[in-house]
Design a protein around this ligand. Structure first.
Ligand SMILES: Nc1ncnc2c1ncn2[C@@H]1O[C@H](COP(=O)(O)OP(=O)(O)O)[C@@H](O)[C@H]1O
Ligand SMILES: [Mg+2]
Length: 378
């Protein structure tokens, strides 16, 4: 799972990694207000997308007034930003992050990822800040220093020092850089990250060391240990809901509902999801009223063959239970038989209307009311 820079910075701040102070804005006015609140002569407006390379693509703008901040936000919000990491279609910017501008002295790189060969997380550091690590690896592999992290120990102080000195962090701020690198490693381990990257990590003219950019990805298989992080998921359209007719609230076409799939598809979905979601097995397969008995019993056989831990089905049967979830389609497919006082039988569909006692009822409702004994009681 990917999260945005501002979210990564919020998390890193909790682990005591120094990051610039900033504000989130979703409108140009909010961006202007954010500039004012930050009370800094220079701020940076940064497009929040799940991709890097924003700087070169116009997604990072230096601003010196609330008006400039508004304009910069206006240019980014609602538009697709194309960087070399997004593909030609780009990513639509829905949020901008406005942070205090830093008087950068030098830019470095620091990042942690799993080294599959070692089976350990490895911190990489480089003097070539701002450049992508893949590019540095291709052109100047000798400029990347590495330290493997023992998960039980974290990044040891001597390792962090070796990295900081090795990439040329000025001696007077090495102590701060060491703390930052160790905190970054702790954040990586505690949150089960798959990537935690600070590019650039900067030293400033006033002697601080800061994470100016932050990228964090999470190991999706470990998210169950960190359900709080799910709040950072980007929903494609948070207003979407089933049954919406308004285009802005419609679910994507590929969405479907449990009673729109066949019982066999239902079993397939359960078989796939029960490996990960234990409660998926308690979802009942809805069986249409016009389903043949032979096929009905085969659902159970099929469930057994697919290795399901269990299987429940529901089929509308008015003799047992009508319930509130009964669908128009079920009523159409169901025959109701009423025996009149003179012994004649009257056969009607559930959705047909019948006059009884001087009132009009659907056959299904009348049948249910008489069966349950509440007809005329209310
Ligand atoms: N708060 C800031 N103050 C000053 N310069 C910044 C700030 N944030 C980013 N920059 C500059 O913009 C460049 C690109 O920003 P960054 O956040 O790394 O985006 P990306 O990696 O997507 O291009 C940085 O390398 C840095 O030079
Ligand atoms: Mg960057």
């Amino acid at each position: 799972m990917k999260i945005h820079e501002y979210q990564a910075k919020e998390l890193l701040r909790r682990f005591a990694v120094p990051v610039p102070e900033g504000r989130v804005a979703r409108t140009a006015d909010q961006a202007a207000a954010a500039f004012q609140e930050l009370a800094s002569p220079i701020a940076v407006v940064k497009a929040q997308i799940h991709a890097g390379g924003r700087g070169k693509a116009g997604g990072v703008k230096l601003v010196r007034s609330a008006d400039d901040a508004r304009k910069a936000a206006e240019e980014m919000l609602g538009k697709a930003l194309v960087t070399h990491q997004t593909g030609p279609q780009g990513r639509v910017v829905q949020t901008v992050w406005i942070e205090k501008g830093s008087a950068i002295d030098r830019e470095f790189y620091a990042g942690i990822a799993l080294d599959r060969r070692l089976g350990l997380p490895v911190m990489m550091a480089s003097s070539e800040g701002g450049m992508e690590i893949e590019e540095v690896a291709a052109k100047h592999p000798e400029k990347i220093l590495r330290e493997a992290i023992e998960p039980g120990l974290g990044l040891m102080a001597y390792q962090a020092r070796r990295l900081a000195f090795g990439i040329g962090v000025p001696a007077d701020v090495v102590g701060k850089a060491v703390k930052l690198l160790q905190s970054l490693a702790k954040a990586y381990l505690d949150m089960d990250c798959s990537i935690a990257e600070v590019n650039p990590l900067v030293t400033t003219k006033d002697g601080s060391v800061l994470a100016l950019d932050a990228k964090i990805n999470f190991d999706a298989n470990a998210l169950f240990r960190h359900t709080e992080l799910l709040a950072y998921r980007d929903l494609i359209n948070p207003r979407a809901m089933q049954g919406a007719t308004n285009a802005a609230e419609k679910l994507p076409d590929y969405f479907t509902a449990a009673d729109e799939v066949t019982p066999k598809q239902h079993v397939d979905i359960q078989a796939a999801s029960q490996k990960w979601v234990d409660s998926s097995i308690s979802k009942t397969a809805n069986v249409p009223t016009d389903y043949k008995y032979d096929e009905f019993k085969d659902i159970y056989l099929y469930a057994h063959e697919q290795g399901l831990k269990g299987c429940t089905t529901f089929r509308f049967n008015p003799e047992a239970f009508q319930g509130v979830l009964v669908k128009e389609e079920d009523l159409k497919n169901t025959k109701y038989v009423f025996t009149l006082e003179d012994g004649t039988e009257l056969e009607v569909r559930g959705d047909e209307e019948i006059e009884y006692d001087g009132e009009i009822h659907t056959a299904a409702n009348l049948f249910d009311a008489m069966k349950e004994g509440y007809y005329g009681k209310f």
